[in-house]
Design a protein around this ligand. Sequence first.
Ligand SMILES: NC(=O)c1ccc[n+]([C@@H]2O[C@H](COP(=O)([O-])OP(=O)(O)OC[C@H]3O[C@@H](n4cnc5c(N)ncnc54)[C@H](OP(=O)(O)O)[C@@H]3O)[C@@H](O)[C@H]2O)c1
Length: 325
Amino acid sequence: MATGCRLAIAGATGEVGRALISALEDAELELAEVHALASAASEDETIMYRGRALLVESLDDFDFKRADIVVFAVPETVAHKFVPQARAAACRVIDHSAAFRLQDDVPLLVEGSVIPATDLVACPGALSSLLVPVLTALAPFQLQSVHVTALNPVSMRGRAGTRELAGQTGELLNARGIEPAVFPVQIAFNTLPVVGGQGADALMDELERLLPEAVPVGLAEVVVPVFYGISAALRLETALPLSAAAAEKALAAAGLLSPDSEQDQGVATPVTDASGQDGVYLSAVSALPAPFQGVQLWLVADNVRQGAARHSLYILKKWIKDFKY
Ligand SMILES: NC(=O)c1ccc[n+]([C@@H]2O[C@H](COP(=O)([O-])OP(=O)(O)OC[C@H]3O[C@@H](n4cnc5c(N)ncnc54)[C@H](OP(=O)(O)O)[C@@H]3O)[C@@H](O)[C@H]2O)c1
């Protein structure tokens, strides 16, 4: 007999974990138990959930038999270690890290995906989450290439990133010195290019698993002194003619949102539109100048809410319904 779902959130003290707990509070989802798990350093901290304090437990010591579903929002190496343990204890698992995103036998899912019968699913990174609805909606115009300039908020480096921006801002406003730790140099009042790394390759690999057809994607990334909300300037070339009006129509039909025109004068920003929201906001759509064919546009979305938590909330709801917890 069903007694209600026992949910464990590994990484509950982090940016994605906290966004999921906040999304769970907003959702009409009844859970029998919620376990907040983190590293031993956070043991005995508390996290507020629906008016009560959840005591944080150490992931190292957690008995996965106490949970039916586990959402992992931890670093990749930690997911590699603990996801197999959760599965061995017969838990269903949703992983937000990159640990299993490209593994053939693990489905990569976003909100709205069909969920295959399996006990482990992965969710994509924040930039893929932002791009998928746009590239899917404009695919009928035969995308030839996409160039993305992504402006990454500090929370894409987790809670350590948000702490570093907050700390540096306070110190610098008080004319004190700073010692960068998470970012190589000062991030407060500054911008940093993301040099090297596997950004473009990893993005292409994820998108190949999420889109009906592959499209070449170029990527430039910049870290900006914004706490939450990823922004992206996109330049999309198409084989079929695509006007700005036709692109706006297709994207509105796919659920992309317009910014509040009174507050923002029609310009979508991470802080005034995206922060704490589940949607992707669109503005500044214009046709590419001849001889190019296609459009350029500007997108913003909350990297932890739209980029992560809403996927696991969607999967959780489906599993709870389908498996009658
Ligand atoms: N931030 C984003 O925009 C975003 C978007 C999509 C996906 N993701 C992915 O989601 C995952 C979490 O990201 P995040 O931004 O939430 O990171 P975060 O803020 O740094 O949080 C990491 C969480 O993992 C826990 N943790 C770290 N090491 C651990 C260990 N050895 N044992 C047990 N728990 C440990 C931390 O606990 P303590 O607090 O005790 O250290 C914290 O709860 C990452 O894999 C990331 O790639 C992030």
